[in-house]
Design a protein around this ligand. Structure first.
Ligand SMILES: Cc1ncc(COP(=O)(O)O)c(C=O)c1O
Length: 273
């Protein structure tokens, strides 16, 4: 396995960052996960745009997106695989042991892991912890993901693959690594970005391609929605067949099945929509 680290390709065994990297010590970093199909990244331009937005939001130096593109191409070429998870990580770099960022410059890592296509449907749970729609990091894809680690481990322990959060005012928000959609009276809705969710790239494409509406939704809508589905880079559009103890028999229902079909068709038409 070859990894890109700060300007060049390295073997996995020798790709090392400092134990004082601010990404490690305080979670001062940003990331992107990009799907790679047969060595070709999907929606890379949108991912790089979001990487730059996250960097700006966190006050990190502007990433050199040409270099990040070159790094992605080099890693994909060096590690051929059918379906890959390309991970771009950009951190505050070598820093003092505190929240002040050092001035040694950022760390850039691009790594790749092999993955398999997700099942067409899955189970989710809800968790009692909230997303903060007014936080300093809201909307940024930072490496401060420990809340997601905790929530996802609770989901896994309950036989689910995702945990869904409300925001601080009790509205439906998102999952640990996905956006959520519900079907009400046959219409598809998803929470607006103002709910505090990440502006998911799959979410934006699904809204554009299905005509889903962005609607403030109470968290308990999950108890009555006709259909529920998730979107994310590695899930694409994925139906939900159980929310907590509530079964949604027949998932994917008709609106979800159509969204899955449209997404697959449009994504196959254009690798960088
Ligand atoms: C918190 C969170 N919400 C939503 C998503 C979905 O975003 P995307 O479709 O860009 O993968 C992610 C992606 O990993 C995420 O981490």
């Amino acid at each position: 396995m070859k990894i890109w680290l700060n300007g060049g390709l390295h073997d996995l065994e020798t790709a090392r960052v400092s134990v004082l990297d601010h990404g490690l010590t305080v979670g001062d970093g940003i990331f992107e996960t990009v799907k790679a199909v047969a060595g070709r990244p999907f929606a890379l331009t949108r991912h790089l745009d979001r990487l730059a937005r996250s960097a700006r939001g966190l006050g990190l130096p502007e990433p050199d997106l040409d270099e990040v593109r070159r790094a992605c191409a080099a890693v994909l070429e060096a590690n051929p695989m059918a379906l890959g998870r390309l991970r771009i990580t950009y951190t505050g770099g070598l820093s003092p042991l505190g929240s002040d960022r050092g001035d040694h410059g950022p760390t850039l890592v691009v790594a790749l892991g092999e993955t398999t296509r997700r099942p067409d449907s899955t189970a989710v749970i809800t968790v009692p912890w909230t997303r903060n729609e007014r936080g300093a990091l809201t909307g940024l894809k930072t490496t401060s993901y420990a809340e997601n680690v905790l929530a996802l481990s609770r989901a896994t322990a309950q036989g689910a693959t995702e945990a869904l959060f409300a925001n601080t005012v009790g509205q439906l928000c998102e999952g640990t690594g996905s956006n959520v959609f519900v079907v009400l009276d046959g219409e598809i809705h998803t929470p607006p970005v103002a709910s505090g969710c990440l502006a998911g790239i799959t979410r934006a494409l699904a809204v554009e391609w299905t005509g889903a509406r962005e609607t403030d939704l109470p968290f308990d809508v999950l108890g009555r929605a006709e259909e529920v589905f998730l979107t994310s880079t590695l899930r694409d559009v994925q139906a939900v067949h159980r929310v907590d103890g509530r079964d949604l028999p027949g998932a994917p229902g008709p609106a979800t099945a159509k969204a899955m079909r449209v997404f697959d068709e449009r994504a196959a038409d254009d690798l960088d929509p």
